[in-house]
Design a binder for this molecule. Structure first.
Ligand code: GLU
Length: 484
């Protein structure tokens, strides 16, 4: 049997991290076994539809490499792949009527007023109202005359009132519910649209889906799905409900966390491959403790039986770390292309941006980190003279002043401002003085950067700054130290 999975998003907004995880796992399950991954757009809930959301779905799948084999834009013989278009073919009504004929569903003409009088009951802390099957007892004639009169109706599932229904989930195991607690849920709404639950089952079956992966918010309605499959006499697909994704405080990952969607993460300077890698680990882990995976490696390793039931914590610190690993591993040209806008945002002077980019490549976790590493090139920050004092380098204000005064004329005389040229020149001075490198380099680096930590050594910084700016900064250091 060929595995067929589907990603079935409702176009209701941004691509939430949880949605992307469902898509990724569906993709991996299919590809791990050489199966097909399909895209189906579930847009029957017209009230929740958001303009542009479908485009976000396409863009995200393309960018993340989750290439679908079939979908609205790629016919694989199971179309249409958009539920509003499927509806126009009459498929949902046809299957609803099939259930009516089997006694597994029925027309319901109850109006709002009557429904409001139904008793509700609290089950496991949740208030549920179970429809009282009033319309199940209408005669054939009553139904026909109501329909002929154009009375609004819905079609309801006719669930048994006795016995139990058992639903099997690959991770959660068997879940059994009392049939008396199953509401006769609506299959076709009064506007003729199928409900989300009904369309989902009809489509998964008619599109030959073998594995369904989705968030565990759907777990509680799953017994009703099983009832539908049983009513039709269809085989139930393999269900895999995924654990909740929480924030650091173990609360459901929400919009206000600021990093709940793929778009948010891209805007924050994360790299697509790192996001995908990280999301793969939100609930799944390989047999060893390996953490870095390309998409192809994930396809090879992914076994859905290793998905965990416990909530997955979205740890932004971990994602930052992982992103840093991806940046380190990038080839320089790709890195530079992505880094350039961030460099240009803080460096307006005539700098060798490629050299600066090379300095920060191994030091950042996300692209916006660049600014804090390189802003001193643009403008020497205000700094404290205490920075000249370094225990290990054996420097203090007095020794630093002496060094800066010594090297100023050397730097003025120097014409070769390459890193190497500057380094050789200063090395000579270090040897003549018989001191340690740091004794000389520390005060120089402090003077030219005004920072405790820099992405490169003194001579590399001077090379980028050029002679004029270097001399200016050394003089400024001397002035500061003299006035201290
Ligand atoms: N349309 C549902 C959603 O976007 C998908 C649920 C499912 O995969 O069955 O949440």
């Amino acid at each position: 049997m060929k595995i067929r999975t589907r990603y079935a998003p409702s176009p209701t907004g941004k691509m939430h991290v949880g949605n992307l995880r469902s898509a990724l796992y569906e993709f991996l399950i299919a590809k791990h076994e050489g199966g097909d991954f399909m895209l189906r757009i579930e847009d029957t809930d017209q009230e929740r539809f958001v303009e542009g959301a479908t485009e976000i779905i396409y863009r995200t799948l393309e960018k993340t490499g989750l290439v679908h084999d079939e979908g609205p834009d790629k016919d694989g013989g199971y179309g249409p792949y958009v539920q509003s278009e499927r509806m126009k073919t009459g498929i949902y009504m046809k299957y609803a009527k099939e259930l009516i004929d089997k006694g597994e569903a029925y027309y319901c003409f109850c109006d709002k007023e009557r429904l409001a009088t139904l008793k509700s009951e609290v089950v496991e802390g949740k208030e549920i109202t179970v429809y009282d099957k009033h319309c199940l007892h209408l005669t054939k004639e009553e139904i026909e005359s109501n329909l002929a009169a154009g009375k609004p109706f819905v079609i309801r599932q006719n669930n048994p009132t006795e016995g139990t229904t058992t639903f099997h989930d690959e991770l959660y195991g068997d879940i059994t519910v009392e049939n008396s607690q199953l509401d006769d849920m609506i299959l076709i709404k009064s506007d003729g649209y199928p409900t989300y639950n009904f369309a989902n089952v009809v489509d998964d079956h008619t599109m030959n889906i073998t594995h369904v992966v989705r968030g565990n918010e759907y777990l509680s309605s799953s017994p009703k799905y099983v009832r539908l499959y049983e009513a039709f006499g269809w085989e139930v697909p393999v269900y895999v409900h995924l654990p909740l994704i929480t924030d650091e405080n173990h609360k459901k990952l929400a919009k206000r966390s600021g990093h709940s969607s793929f778009e948010d993460l891209l805007e924050q300077g994360f790299v697509t491959e790192a996001i995908v890698n990280y999301i793969a680990l939100l609930g799944w882990s390989p047999e060893d403790n390996r953490e870095i995976f390309t998409l192809d490696e994930l396809i090879k390793e992914f076994d859905y039986r290793r998905i965990s039931k416990s909530p997955a914590v979205f740890d932004i610190v971990k994602l930052r770390w992982m992103n840093g690993e991806y940046i380190k591993a990038m080839d320089f040209d790709t890195f530079y292309e992505m880094a350039e806008p961030y460099l240009k945002a803080v460096l307006t002077g005539n700098f060798d941006l490629k050299k600066i980019a090379a300095m920060v490549k191994t030091r950042i976790e996300v692209f916006p980190d660049i600014a804090a590493h390189v802003d001193f090139f643009e403008k020497l920050p205000e700094y404290d003279v205490a920075m000249y004092t370094h225990k290990k380098m054996k420097t203090d204000a007095a020794s630093s002043l002496a060094v800066l005064k010594d090297v100023l004329p050397l730097l003025e005389a120097q014409t070769d401002y390459s890193n190497d040229g500057l380094y050789q020149m200063l090395l000579k001075y270090v040897e003549e003085k018989g001191v340690k490198n740091g004794y000389v380099m520390w005060p120089i680096r402090t003077a030219v950067s005004g920072k405790q930590m820099t992405p490169a050594g003194a001579t590399e910084i001077m090379e980028v700054l050029g002679k004029e700016e270097t001399i200016k900064r050394i003089r400024k250091g001397i002035e500061l130290l003299e006035n201290a």
